[in-house]
Design a protein around this ligand. Structure first.
Ligand code: UTP
Length: 289
């Protein structure tokens, strides 16, 4: 059975995006015409995922509202003959089976994934970090699911990052640094660049064997005093049960202000309805050719 379930950890505090993320969850911040969380759900649906569990926390109720059917709004659009908008809203609430589980304290990404263990119910899962937006033209998760199906071991996505920034990521020690898919020998969360095992960084896409939940259960806190998913992945790597898939396309870290701006401009230029007029605007403003 191909992997059909996914967990989206969305319970973090979003400190890098303050003050915007103080009252509005950073996953609800809009990029072009939809909130960050919708990009995440759409990416999973394109990869064949049908069942999604979002890990949220107090104050993030808007995430549920965004995907829930709003009958009153739909009636109003129907009355006003706004058929296209109505259709778009209906599609939004039927994209996938979406459920929620709360992480009551931000004890780390590993803990957020562990909180969804009952949802996984012994099945393999995709874990997708919504801050990290991947070019919608790519199907990275779909390819990772196929690798998982063939190899029957967990798969993480990695990208080569500038050496100076590897300390912001989890870094892998690959068996073959040049290969598109390689075995992972070890991993370390946020290494000092001088000690990093490579410049291949984890980019927030994982297809995980259910054994990850047992590993997370017995992990002590790691970097920053948090339960780190990277530490659990290191256990899988030590058992020879982890592959890395190299991503070479476009991606943006929308959890930072700079990444958010880059995602907005790039995705606006790619937008089927807004792209041309936005490009014209940038030309007229003298900021694009
Ligand atoms: P980040 O460290 O990027 O997110 O976690 P953050 O903590 O929200 O943001 P900053 O660093 O303070 O700006 C990566 C992902 O893991 C989730 C976050 O919501 C994000 O999607 N996360 C992190 C949790 O769900 N729970 C946690 O305890 C920590």
């Amino acid at each position: 059975m191909p992997v059909r379930k996914a967990i989206i950890p969305a319970a973090g505090m979003g400190t890098r995006f303050l003050p915007a993320s103080k009252a509005v969850p950073k996953e609800m911040v809009t990029i072009v015409d939809r909130p960050v969380i919708q990009y995440a759900v759409e990416e999973l649906v394109r990869a064949g995922v049908t069942d999604i569990c979002i890990v949220d926390s107090a104050g993030k109720e808007a995430l549920g509202d965004h995907f829930r059917c709003n009958a009153e709004l739909e009636r109003l659009l129907e009355k006003k003959d706004k058929t296209r908008l109505l259709e778009e809203l209906r599609q939004l609430s039927s994209l996938a089976e979406i459920s929620f589980v709360a992480q009551n304290e931000p004890l780390g990404l590993g803990h957020a994934v562990w909180v969804a263990r009952e949802y996984a119910g012994g099945d393999p899962v995709v874990v997708l970090l919504p801050d990290e937006i991947i070019d919608p033209a790519e199907n990275l998760v779909g390819e990772m699911i196929r690798t998982f199906d063939t190899a029957s071991v967990s798969v993480v996505a990695v990208d080569q990052v500038p050496h100076a920034s590897i300390g912001s990521y989890g870094a892998i020690e690959p068996e073959d640094p040049k290969a598109d898919t390689t075995a992972v020998r070890s991993l370390v969360e946020k290494p000092h660049p001088d000690n990093a095992p490579s410049d291949l960084a984890l980019i927030g896409r994982y297809v995980l064997d259910p054994s990850i939940f047992g590993i997370l259960e017995s992990l002590p806190p790691g970097a920053g005093g948090e339960i780190q998913l990277t530490d659990a992945l290191a256990v899988l790597a030590g058992r020879g049960r982890l592959l890395a898939r190299r991503f070479r396309g476009r991606r943006w870290d929308a959890g930072t202000k700079q990444g958010y701006l880059e995602a907005t401009v790039s995705l606006a230029l790619d937008h089927p309805e807004l792209g041309t007029s936005f490009r014209n605007y940038l030309r007229q403003a003298g900021v694009a050719q």
